[in-house]
Design a protein around this ligand. Structure first.
Ligand code: DX5
Ligand code: ZN
Length: 220
């Protein structure tokens, strides 16, 4: 298991000041989590490739692009080619995940596979060799600020066991906060997305440092 990493979600940042809000966490976080939503895979619309391309020029941290879109096979390679450090596609949306994951890696990015709260992880065991990160949603995707779904924790444990010695990071996304991050770390997660818990805080960088400290102690 890798040491804990924090990936603040800019879904809870000020969309009119994205570069400034990313700079706020640049010394404290490991990644910048970018939630791409198309109003089809999820009932919300956020941003797309042009904004990611612009943000890449202004971010000292690598971008962790989470594609909650209906046609990731068409779009994901372009995020990798643009320079995203990590590109995650959803298992529920991809029609050719192996091809798309390989294309992401070939473009030089880390390849992630995301699964929703009610999607079982076991059918994807054979794909673990194709990915660098498994993202387990701990809320129904679409919005920041939702309550953490404890019901997903057994799946986090099962996913950690399935990953075994493979160099695959296990990311949790949704409702991760000072109240819930320890449970996630104890269950085996090692990459933590936090939107409202970081950008809703008075001092986002300090919030990131505290979350990291909690995760490190819980992972023990
Ligand atoms: C939800 C997004 C999350 C979201 C997390 O669909 O994938 O990344 O921004 O926000 P919080 O941490 O507020 O639940
Ligand atoms: Zn996300």
């Amino acid at each position: 298991m890798a040491s804990p990493q924090i990936s603040p979600s800019i879904l809870s940042a000020d969309f009119a000041r994205l570069a400034d809000d990313v700079a706020l966490i640049a010394d404290a976080a490991d990644w910048v989590h970018v939630d791409v939503m198309d109003n089809h895979f999820v009932p919300n619309l956020t941003l797309g490739l042009p904004v990611v391309q612009a943000l890449l020029k202004h971010s000292a941290l690598p971008l962790d692009c989470h594609l909650m879109i209906e046609d990731p096979d068409r779009w994901a390679p372009q995020y990798a080619e643009a320079g995203a450090g990590s590109v995650t596609i959803h298992a529920e949306a991809s029609k050719a995940p192996i091809r798309t994951l390989r294309t992401i890696r070939a473009a030089g990015a880390r390849a992630g596979l995301g699964i929703n709260p009610a999607t079982p992880v076991d059918p994807y065991e054979d794909l673990l060799g194709e990915i660098d990160m498994l993202l387990l949603m701990t809320v129904e995707p679409g919005f920041g600020g939702q309550s953490f779904l404890d019901v997903v924790l057994p799946k986090v444990r099962r996913a950690r066991a399935l990953i075994g010695e493979r160099p695959v990071w296990l990311q949790v996304d949704g409702g991760v906060s000072a109240e819930t991050i320890e449970r996630c770390a104890e269950a085996g997660a090692d990459v933590f997305v936090a939107g409202s818990a970081v950008y809703g805080a008075d001092d986002p960088a300090e919030a990131v440092r505290r979350l990291r400290g909690q995760a490190e102690r819980a992972a023990g």
